[in-house]
Design a protein around this ligand. Structure first.
Ligand code: NAD
Length: 312
């Protein structure tokens, strides 16, 4: 198949493109490198039939030739980005989704939107099933991301209902692994780089807020099952239900990295979710998917990658 992946130069997108190329697909990556990396593009170019188009998908895009699939993964996604690129995030969730849905419609291609557990906001229900509508502050600093993704989901369902587009919505929970940016403000890359540099690990609040961390290979497997092997148009959670506190994660990283760093506590960001855990009954039932890689296996792989990068 010839598949367009927006955001293919980013963390998740590069792993997705790598897997698609490995499975023999042609990949057209559309990315403006706002948070992605050219080195990912160079790595992917060596793997198969890979084309890179440097383009802001919040602007229209016309492509020649047949397209079988459009996977819209472009969006800055880390807390640091919410403050730095709020308008770009809203535009790529809204206009970028509109343009990629239009491309899929014009080409008769299947469409997937990379949504997020952030559509649940600071949830009052734990774990979160897909049927939970969420608890989002639209005007807070995180609202730009949460609402952009909620809008993108609504737009995707409208194209499915009105135009009969073959659509998928994947709600991705916190994912980690090699190729994350060390300073993007997400807990794992931040803690790992601090631990490897011997700096204090900065835990927000008292660290009792929980997260559920998915290794990127598990995520990509779930994405591919949803995209290729299902006809499911409703949202599907893909995430690891093993829930832990942020403080537990910080201490685990110090131990696994063999670091002497101490843990310090900083102010909790506004609207930071108190709990986060996926209910994956739908993914289990409809995709036969569940995560295979626990943090005891995924974290050492990630730390190794960061160690090579940081030279620590
Ligand atoms: P990332 O920042 O590493 O990747 C995003 C990519 O999109 C980058 O390469 C960036 O340059 C590109 N991009 C952004 N705006 C663009 C635009 N207007 N035009 C073209 N390219 C643009 O982030 P990521 O963690 O890999 O996230 C990828 C997708 O997965 C995002 O849609 C994100 O919302 C979603 N997601 C990720 C997680 C996670 O834990 N990593 C969780 C939930 C959802």
């Amino acid at each position: 198949m010839r598949i367009v992946v927006t955001g293919g130069a980013g963390f998740v997108g590069s792993h997705l493109c790598e897997r698609l190329l490995g499975d023999g697909h042609q990949v057209v990556c559309v990315d403006n490198l706002i948070t992605g990396r050219r080195e990912h593009v160079e790595m992917l170019s060596a793997l198969g039939e890979f084309t890179f188009i440097e383009h802001n998908i919040s602007e229209p895009l016309y492509l020649d030739g047949e397209v079988d699939g459009v996977m819209h993964f472009a969006s800055p996604a880390s807390p640091v980005d919410f403050a730095r690129y709020p308008i770009q995030i809203l535009k790529v969730g809204a206009l970028g989704s509109w343009h990629t849905l239009g491309l899929a419609k014009a080409k008769g291609a299947r469409f997937m939107i990379a949504s997020t557990s952030e559509v649940y906001g600071d949830p009052e229900v734990n774990p979160q099933p897909e049927t939970y509508w969420g608890h989002v502050n639209p005007v807070g600093p995180r609202g730009v991301y949460d609402e952009a993704k909620r809008y993108a989901e609504a737009m995707t369902m409208a194209y499915h209902r009105i135009h009969g587009l073959d659509t998928r919505i994947v709600r991705i929970f916190n994912t980690y692994g090699p190729r994350m940016r060390p300073n993007d403000g997400r807990a794992i890359p931040q803690f790992v780089s601090q631990a490897l540099r011997g700096e204090p690990l900065t835990v927000h609040g008292d660290g009792s807020q929980t997260r559920s961390f998915t290794y990127v290979d598990d995520l990509v497997e779930g994405i591919l099952r949803l995209f290729f092997a299902s006809g499911v148009h409703e949202p599907v959670n893909i995430g690891n239900p093993s829930e832990m506190t942020v403080l537990e994660m910080a201490r685990l990283i110090v131990r696994l990295a063999g670091s002497t760093s101490e843990v310090v506590f900083t102010e909790r960001p506004v609207d930071d979710p108190t709990v986060r855990r996926p209910n994956i009954a739908r993914a289990r039932a409809l995709l036969g998917w569940e995560p295979k890689i626990e943090v005891s296996e995924g974290l050492p792989r990630t730390i190794r990658w960061f160690r090579e990068r940081l030279g620590g």
